[in-house]
Design a protein around this ligand. Structure first.
Ligand SMILES: Nc1ncnc2c1ncn2[C@@H]1O[C@H](COP(=O)(O)OP(=O)(O)OP(=O)(O)O)[C@@H](O)[C@H]1O
Ligand SMILES: [Mg+2]
Length: 227
């Protein structure tokens, strides 16, 4: 599924002060691409991901998916689109606090109406080194464990488009590499991955780096265009 934005802006109000989080973003993300989003804190990376993912209405401009305008859909249609096609790893995890790690994974499967066995969930958790915490609630997890649980929850539904907002931000180098390897395998299976990162660990495998500054994409670096 190709996602395309035209002149997308997002303005937030902090009291009486206007904050321009996105300032005229034109972007095409093709099916099966691996896109990295980089840039300094506050430049609009998370806002861009939310907007692309159907979670945040832009102030102006359009976001289309396969030619359909995402924010002209009814809320129900957009929710359906998100549930069917999108996975999201939030920068701040957003795990459900009253459920265990395994329950967080299984409820995601249920919400997305995907047939995934409990065994498969446990296998996935093991591959992300979080299986020893399956029956713990998020409050009892370290930041890195929460991050891996959030990844497991996103991967379990096998979404066509996976958004990951700094998914290695709280991981040690070994776990960070595992997560990148997971995302690479995911991409190799034909899925679209859009990841915010400050590191270079995925540069070898990504197709494109979008460099952002002040709500704009200031530079697009094509990488492995033949891959
Ligand atoms: N809900 C909100 N209300 C008001 N301002 C917001 C809101 N969300 C984001 N902003 C502002 O929009 C700008 C872009 O925020 P965003 O979270 O997209 O940045 P970012 O590039 O993801 O930063 P970081 O690397 O720190 O995660 C920032 O100045 C931020 O303060
Ligand atoms: Mg952010």
């Amino acid at each position: 599924m190709t996602i395309e934005t035209r002149k997308v802006t997002k303005i937030f109000w902090q009291g009486k002060k206007e904050v321009v989080a996105l300032n005229g973003v034109d972007l095409v993300v093709r099916t099966g691409s691996f896109v990295l989003v980089k840039g300094p804190s506050g430049c609009g990376k998370s806002t861009l991901l939310f907007t692309l993912g159907g979670m945040l209405v832009p102030s102006s401009g359009t976001v289309t998916v396969e030619g359909h305008s995402l924010y002209r859909m009814t809320e129900q249609e957009r929710n359906g689109y998100r549930a069917t096609h999108i996975g999201f790893v939030f920068q701040s995890y957003h795990l459900l606090p009253y459920l265990t790690v395994l329950e967080n994974m299984l409820i995601s499967r249920q919400l997305h109406n995907k047939m995934v066995t409990r065994e498969k969930a446990i296998e996935l958790a093991a591959s992300l080194h979080i299986d020893h915490r399956l029956h713990h609630k998020p409050s009892g997890l370290s930041a890195g464990e929460k991050q891996r649980a959030a990844l497991a929850r996103a991967f379990i539904t096998q979404p066509e488009i996976l958004f990951a907002d700094e998914p290695t931000g709280n991981l040690d180098p070994v776990n960070a590499k595992e997560v990148i390897d997971h995302l690479v395998r995911y991409h190799k299976n034909g899925k679209t991955v859009i990841m915010v990162t400050h590191g270079n660990e995925a540069d070898d495998v990504a197709d494109t780096i979008l460099s952002m500054e002040n709500g704009q994409i200031i530079h697009t670096t094509p990488l492995n265009s033949t891959s």
